[in-house]
Design a protein around this ligand. Structure first.
Ligand code: BG6
Length: 489
């Protein structure tokens, strides 16, 4: 309202995430008139910088999504005027108290609402939360804190972090980001299921053979090796992004669209799953590869990575949900860096048509002729359903065709970045897309025993060439459950 203000403090303002995602997302929200009337943005970091220098830095990161609009540079100027900088240590209550005073100056007599985005390494989360909550939190409005993974590296360290945060904040103040939940097609998953008649009745073991959650990147960990090496792809992608998609995909119908109702259903799915078994996991690591005269470095060629690192840059896993809906249906996950393509997708393979009259009429084998629903999260967002269709002509031959909802063709509006939606939701206090602490615990419980076993046994990852389709072990794993990866067939 006119009587309240929102101050957004980006802690770690000169970091990569802030520059690449947070400031641009805030500007996009401003541009779309989604920010409250009275808002200011503060960058907070250790280095000395003036407001003008911060504005200069931020301005380089801003783009106009709908670049044909004429008033874009005007909007940028306006936005930059609302950006400020405060330099301080991350563990100094005094420095945060100074920040608090500046925030107050901007807020005047209005109700003060304060959002802190911790865009900093996890080892200083608690210092900042302690200082900010003691010295810079709002006295008459709300105070919220956005944190982003890694939330620990196993059940114990994650629980310790949660306990630490809860010394200073209540659960409702903590907004844990999994940015995949902010992606358009992930959000659409529930719309697809629950607002169409034709999908939900098929959404069970009765009609679905298997579900595949696939994440691949066509670049390695270049420049991020230091961070990546102590986490690996299972913690980086599977335990959060892919598992969150799985939970949304598989949950029962929530009683409403309220955050708690949805999160209750998600956590039930996670708790219905057995922790991952070593024999249901394949790990890989990319090695250097020369192709067309270009040499692509292997993972351990990165100077920030130990030469004998066993960190997986690829993993495939089979998971099962022990409930009436999904009993026996393999949920296969695959995540990898330095593969042949960049893509994130969900593939739903349906069962065979019983007593199929047209068995003999396929050019390919029958196995490939089952229906498959593909939700391509990125890039080039799309939802398509593979159906069998008669090839036009006098004969009776069938082939597979797509019923295709291709976003670029169907919608002219550009798709907002995940961070735009998430920041807006945090400002509005909408918690649906954020991870509740019990979800986080349940997610770690599924992966912690496996992660420990891999480390104790020093399991060597299968090497695969940079730019390839990943280790062949992933095929054997799928084959064990009678599955063929949809992205490779
Ligand atoms: C991050 C991971 O969470 O997600 C990165 O730490 C990964 O390793 C990134 O590259 C992928 O996100 P997006 O939105 O580019 O698919």
């Amino acid at each position: 309202s006119d009587e309240s203000s929102v101050s957004i403090t980006v802690v770690g303002a000169s970091g990569d995430l802030a520059k690449k995602k947070i400031f641009p997302a805030l500007f996009a929200l401003y541009y779309e008139d989604c920010l409250p009337k009275h808002f200011s943005i503060f960058g907070y970091a250790r280095s000395k910088m003036t407001d003008a220098e911060l504005r200069d830095m931020v301005s380089k990161t801003l783009t106009c999504r709908i670049d044909k609009r004429e008033n874009c540079s005007e909007k940028m100027e306006e936005f930059l005027k609302r950006c400020f900088y405060h330099s301080g240590q991350y563990d100094s209550e005094e420095d945060f108290a100074e920040l608090g005073k500046k925030l107050k100056q901007h807020e005047g007599s209005k109700v003060s609402n304060r959002l802190f985005y911790l865009s900093i390494p996890p080892n200083i989360f608690l210092d900042v939360v302690k200082c900010a909550s003691k010295s810079a939190s709002s006295v008459n409005g709300w105070t919220r804190v956005i944190v982003e993974k890694p939330f620990g590296r196993d059940s114990e360290s994650s629980a310790a972090l949660t306990r630490g945060l809860k010394q200073y904040l209540v659960e409702d103040q903590i907004f844990r980001i999994d940015h995949y939940l902010g992606k358009e097609l992930v959000e659409n998953l529930s719309v697809l299921r629950f607002s169409n008649l034709v999908f939900e009745p098929l959404w069970s073991r009765q009609y679905i053979r298997n579900v595949q959650l696939i994440f691949s990147e066509d670049f390695g960990t270049e420049g991020r090796g230091g961070y990546f090496d102590s986490y690996g792809i299972i913690r980086d992608i599977m335990q959060n992004h892919l598992l969150q998609i799985l939970a949304l995909f598989a949950m029962e119908t929530p009683i409403s669209l309220e955050a708690e109702d949805i999160r209750n259903e998600k956590v039930k799915v996670l708790r219905s799953m057995k922790p991952l078994q070593l024999e249901d996991v394949v790990i890989g690591q990319y090695k250097g590869h020369t192709k067309g005269g270009t040499t692509y470095p292997g993972y351990t060629d990165d100077k920030t990575v130990p030469k004998d690192s066993l960190a997986p840059t690829f993993a495939a896993a089979a998971l099962f949900i022990n409930n009436a809906r999904w009993d026996g249906v393999p949920f296969l996950m695959k995540a990898g860096k330095a593969l042949h393509t960049k893509r994130a997708e969900i593939r739903v393979q349906f069962r065979h048509v019983p007593g199929n009259l047209y068995k003999g009429c396929f050019g390919t084998d029958l196995d490939r002729a089952t229906n498959e629903l593909v939700i391509r999260v990125q890039p080039d967002e799309a939802i398509y359903l593979k159906i069998n269709n008669k090839i036009p002509g006098l004969g009776m031959r069938l082939d597979r065709s797509n019923l295709n909802l291709h976003y670029a063709a169907r919608y002219s509006k550009e798709i907002p970045d995940a961070y735009e939606r998430l920041l807006l939701d945090a400002i509005e206090g909408e918690r649906r897309l954020f991870i509740r602490s019990d979800e986080l615990d349940a997610a770690w419980e599924l992966f912690t025993p496996l992660l420990k076993e891999l480390e104790q046994k020093r399991t060597a990852p299968e090497l695969y060439p940079y730019g390839s389709r990943g280790p062949v072990g992933a095929h054997y794993l799928a084959a064990k459950y009678n599955v063929r990866w949809g992205d490779l067939s």
